[in-house]
Design a protein around this ligand. Structure first.
Ligand code: PMP
Length: 422
């Protein structure tokens, strides 16, 4: 334990060692106070897409910070926010027409939930329930925690959490079961929205399901007038192989949440995109229909400029090719672990590789994850397994040699764990 006054997120300070200070970043690496270079194999909680301190993004931040600080975002607007909204509409699934800014993934999802409820409320047919998938994760605010999987990590807050309708996860071979359950919930006529992480459930264990199931869920939602909210906070910006995961199912969600890679990971910013009917339901001379949501740092101009630079990189650099190359590199390396008795499952979604170790996990309180973390930390690798689920989600500038080092360490860790030496 350290005597720092800082209280870190998701950290048990009674058990965690004193933390090393990071003094610089660049590419796929963090540099600590001792000069050690640490491979950031999880993109600093999944935010860094192109690489740390990407030059065009840093330059855009420098330039914007000479002109702007925070600017109130009601009554007034500014060019970075206007240009970014136009750029996002251009590249998002066609049909998403409006952009509401906020500052984190959780707030993007909170905004989405409020938009969905507001839509039904304002059109005079209120609906008060939402459907979610088992194992989902949407953030740590009260609303997003309510929608996420329940467990030891939110037991203390249970009295404040609201009820949601949970669908079974579409495990391989059980997809129809999920679809049937959704159909039944929708038939009640009370489901305002299905809130879902498209293709990969992140913090809930990096669980992957097929694009065809997502497409079918959208069709069912549409039939029942239920909105589909795609939480692309993690999956967006190339992680699953396409810019947005929804593209693989060829669907247009009614609401799409993006954050993390929106600025290439350099600054906090989020956006909730929606279709015209949802915006229009809030458009009225009756002020009661206003969308009552704001946060002080909405649409921070410097963060918007960083996001514009990110859009520029996607336009002018071969990002899709880098994503495809990384996905290929992960696929080739995962092959060596297929049919490996030390692993329960190996899976992949685009640039995200997942290796599930065959060890009893004991749930969230087990120390398998922390022991693995310590093992990787000693080898100057930032890898934070979710219990027995090791995953790699590196920035797209990661090299083949970096990947080799990460996979060798995972191999070593799996053996050490199997022999009880970890
Ligand atoms: N949704 C998903 C799918 C996420 O993975 C996360 C963060 N890991 C969030 C929402 C919450 O984002 P933030 O931590 O920026 O609030």
């Amino acid at each position: 334990m350290s005597n720092s006054p800082v209280w870190h997120p998701f950290t048990q300070h009674a058990l965690e060692p004193a933390m090393k200070r990071i003094v610089g970043t660049g590419g796929a690496y963090l540099v600590d106070e001792d000069g050690a270079r640490i491979l950031d194999a999880i993109s600093s909680w999944w935010v860094i897409t192109h690489g740390h301190c990407q030059p065009a993004i840093m330059e855009a931040i420098r330039r914007a910070s000479e002109a702007y600080d925070q600017i109130i975002f009601a009554e007034y607007t500014h060019e970075p926010a206007e240009e970014l909204a136009k750029g996002l509409i251009e590249i998002a699934p066609a049909g998403l027409k409006h952009v509401f800014y906020s500052d984190s993934g959780s707030t993007a999802v909170e905004v989405a939930l409020k938009m969905a409820l507001g839509y039904f409320h304002n059109t005079g047919r209120p609906r008060g329930r939402i459907c979610v998938l088992k194992h989902g994760y949407h953030g740590d605010t009260i609303g997003t925690m309510s929608a996420g999987e329940r467990g030891v990590f939110n037991a203390a807050y249970e009295p404040f959490l609201f009820a949601v309708d949970r669908l079974p996860f579409p495990d391989s071979g059980r997809e129809q079961h999920t679809l049937d359950a959704f159909e039944t919930h929708c038939a009640s006529g009370e489901i305002a929205a299905l809130l879902i992480e498209p293709l990969v459930l992140g913090a809930g264990g990096m669980k992957v399901y097929p694009a065809a199931t997502l497409a079918e869920l959208k069709r069912i939602a549409e039939r029942h007038g239920t909105l589909l909210i795609a939480d692309e906070v993690m999956t967006g910006w190339g992680r699953t192989g396409t810019r947005f995961a929804c593209e693989q199912a060829d669907i247009v969600p009614d609401i799409l949440c993006t954050s993390k890679g929106l600025t290439g990971g350099a600054l906090p910013l989020a956006a909730t995109l929606c279709t015209a009917p949802i915006f229009d339901a809030h458009l009225s001379r009756d002020r009661r229909r206003t969308f009552f949501h704001s946060s002080s740092y909405t649409a921070n101009p410097i963060a918007c400029a960083a996001a514009l630079a990110n859009l520029g990189i996607w336009k002018t650099e071969p990002v899709a090719e880098r994503v495809a190359a990384l996905a290929g590199g992960q696929r080739r390396r995962l092959q060596r672990f297929e049919a490996d008795p030390r692993l329960r499952d190996v899976r992949q979604a685009g640039t995200i590789a997942v290796l599930e170790l065959d060890v009893p996990t004991g749930g969230y309180l087990s120390d398998v994850g922390p022991r693995l973390r310590a093992f990787f930390r000693k080898r100057q690798l930032l890898i934070r397994p979710l219990g027995n689920v090791i995953y790699l989600m590196p920035p797209y500038c990661v090299t083949e040699a970096d990947l080799d080092r990460a996979y060798d360490a995972i191999d070593e860790a799996a053996s050490a764990l199997a022999k009880g030496q970890l």
